[in-house]
Design a protein around this ligand. Structure first.
Ligand SMILES: Cc1ncc(COP(=O)(O)O)c(C=O)c1O
Length: 359
């Protein structure tokens, strides 16, 4: 056999694997935008009802998403037009991967803003697309003229816009995103992973034009563990995507759980409402801390700039709190940290640490 270094693609050998942090026992985990709540555990009897529901899932059979009724349930729960076609992914990560694969013709380009979700750039590299990263403004708003001129210059086949954006959270203007969709000759994916927390959505426009795909995930609304993302778009594009998605990429337990969640959407919305209220309270608390700048967020996290992010990250660790250190990942994120909005107790713990060190 040839040595592995001769067999495996050199560009992959040069990559580093996505690091999933081991969280020590007892830590408050606020690094990955997970919900602190199990949405079915808050209403009496609902957890048991869900357990009975998934107990009936036919584990001996391959999953059939179309027959599961989930797509229709999503359509009803999230106001997705009937003209749109929905694809399901094992997390929206998988959809990002396959949408990129779909458009990665030799010489084709992907455009995204910077900083944004790291998986866009990663998948461009994986599938050999040219990558164009357009920097945000310093306050993390969209630099629309720069995006439009990059579209004109590079004619990207694929544009990803996280709306709200991760890791900054600062809302982009709806009109600006519409302008990008109109200007693009390629496919624009509006990634609404945090859409439930923003109060705005492009889902009602899904299916209206061939170049728009609206993507969502249930990960941030209490179901990171079931790995389920969905994308809604024009049938002309979604039918092509269907050709390359693995036929059995979803599993019976996730499909059943998501369907149950759609049937009990009030329980899910209740936790989203709690987190939105906590986001306001956390933001007000952060804004009152002298040596810290908190950026307004439309998502379930708040990005802050502190005098020394490396030191502050370590102080959080010593206090058994894990947050995300953004410092070092992009020049615009100098001394920035990202804090997931947690339960009231978790947010109080965050505020207490910051007040003690930065007031
Ligand atoms: C903007 C954005 N899109 C997509 C994802 C992936 O979500 P998932 O694969 O859990 O559905 C994330 C996760 O952090 C994200 O921030």
């Amino acid at each position: 056999m040839n040595s592995l270094s001769n067999l495996i693609r050199p560009d992959i050998q040069a990559m580093t694997a996505y690091h999933v942090t081991d969280v020590p026992e007892g830590f408050i985990k606020l690094d990955a935008m997970e919900s602190p709540y199990h949405p079915f555990a808050r209403q009496p009897g609902l957890l048991e009802k869900w357990q009975q529901y998934i107990a009936a899932a036919p584990l001996n059979l391959y999953p059939n998403p179309a027959a599961s009724g989930l797509q229709t349930a999503l359509q009803q729960a999230f106001d997705i037009p009937e003209t749109a076609k929905i694809a399901l992914g094992n997390g929206s990560d998988e959809l990002i991967q396959f949408i990129t694969m779909l458009l990665a013709k030799p010489g084709a380009a992907m455009l995204a803003v910077e900083p944004s979700f790291v998986m866009y750039r990663h998948n461009a590299a994986l599938f050999g697309m040219d990558y164009i990263g357009v920097p945000l403004n310093e306050d993390f708003t969209l630099d629309l003229p720069a995006v439009l001129s990059a579209i004109e210059r590079h004619n990207p086949a694929l544009i990803f816009i996280a709306y709200p954006n991760n890791p900054t959270g600062v809302p982009f203007k709806r009109e600006e995103i519409k302008t990008v969709v109109q200007a693009a000759q390629g496919i624009v994916v509006i990634d609404e992973a945090y859409g439930a927390f923003s109060g705005d959505s492009f889902l009602p426009l899904a299916g209206s034009s061939e170049n728009l795909i609206v993507m969502r995930t249930v990960s941030k609304i209490g179901f990171a563990g079931i790995r389920l993302g969905y994308a809604a778009g024009h049938p002309a594009v979604m039918n092509e995507l269907a050709k390359i998605l693995p036929p059995y990429n979803m599993n019976q337990l996730s499909l059943a759980t998501a369907k149950f969640a759609m049937e009990h959407i009030d329980a899910v919305n209740e936790t989203v409402g709690l987190l939105k209220a906590e986001r306001s309270r956390l933001f007000a608390g952060l804004s009152g801390i002298g040596r810290l700048k908190a950026f307004e967020s439309g998502a379930n996290f708040i990005t802050v700039r502190v005098p020394d992010a490396v030191e502050m990250f370590e102080i959080f660790r010593k206090n058994n709190i894990l947050i995300k250190k953004l410092h070092g990942s992009h020049p615009l994120l100098d001394n920035c940290l990202r804090i997931t909005v947690g339960s009231p107790e978790q947010n109080d713990a965050v505020l207490a640490v910051l007040k003690q060190h930065l007031s």
